[in-house]
Write a protein that binds this ligand. Structure first.
Ligand code: ATP
Ligand code: MG
Length: 137
């Protein structure tokens, strides 16, 4: 079954959005297969976003992700990668439709609350990176 790596970023945790975000994925019909709160080592944040390492915002992005605890999750179900991205909304929250997570809770691209895998292949890479111990069956 398809899985996606979903991560509530430090601003989302600090602002108390963990329950709201989990509720949305549960209510849509997805199954939670892995969940942990963790402080992120710099090398892990750099590895996660390695495709963006040449971007001018990369250092600020890594600093953001390691600025406080994140909630790392694996969600499973039909079409979870693409539907999860739709539920999250556009990268820049000002372009995110109301009703999406970023469209309801964010206005800054550099504080956009949540990450979602952008393809099934990315999801497999990210789940292996963030959950080397594995997730539930
Ligand atoms: P994520 O991978 O976190 O789910 P995304 O797939 O919507 O986000 P990416 O292009 O992968 O967008 O960018 C990763 C993250 O880098 C964004 O979520 C955002 O926090 C940050 N970012 C992207 N573009 C910019 C930018 N122009 N200025 C500042 N930060 C940016
Ligand atoms: Mg991305």
């Amino acid at each position: 079954m398809e899985q996606s790596y979903i991560m509530i970023k430090p601003d989302g945790v600090q602002r108390g959005l963990v329950g709201e975000i989990i509720k949305r994925f549960e209510q849509r019909g997805y199954a939670l297969k892995g969940l942990k709160i963790m402080n992120v080592q710099r090398h892990l944040a750099e590895k996660h976003y390695e495709d963006l390492s040449s971007k001018p915002f990369f250092p600020a992005l890594v600093d953001y992700i390691i600025s406080g605890p994140v909630v790392a999750m694996v969600w499973e179900g039909k079409g979870v990668v693409a539907t999860g991205r739709k539920m999250i909304g556009a990268t820049n929250p000002l372009a995110s439709e109301p009703g999406t997570i970023r469209g309801d809770f964010a206005i800054e691209v550099g504080r956009n609350v949540i990450h979602g895998s952008d393809s099934v292949e990315s999801a497999q890479r990210e789940i292996a990176l963030w959950f080397p111990e594995g997730v539930t069956e």
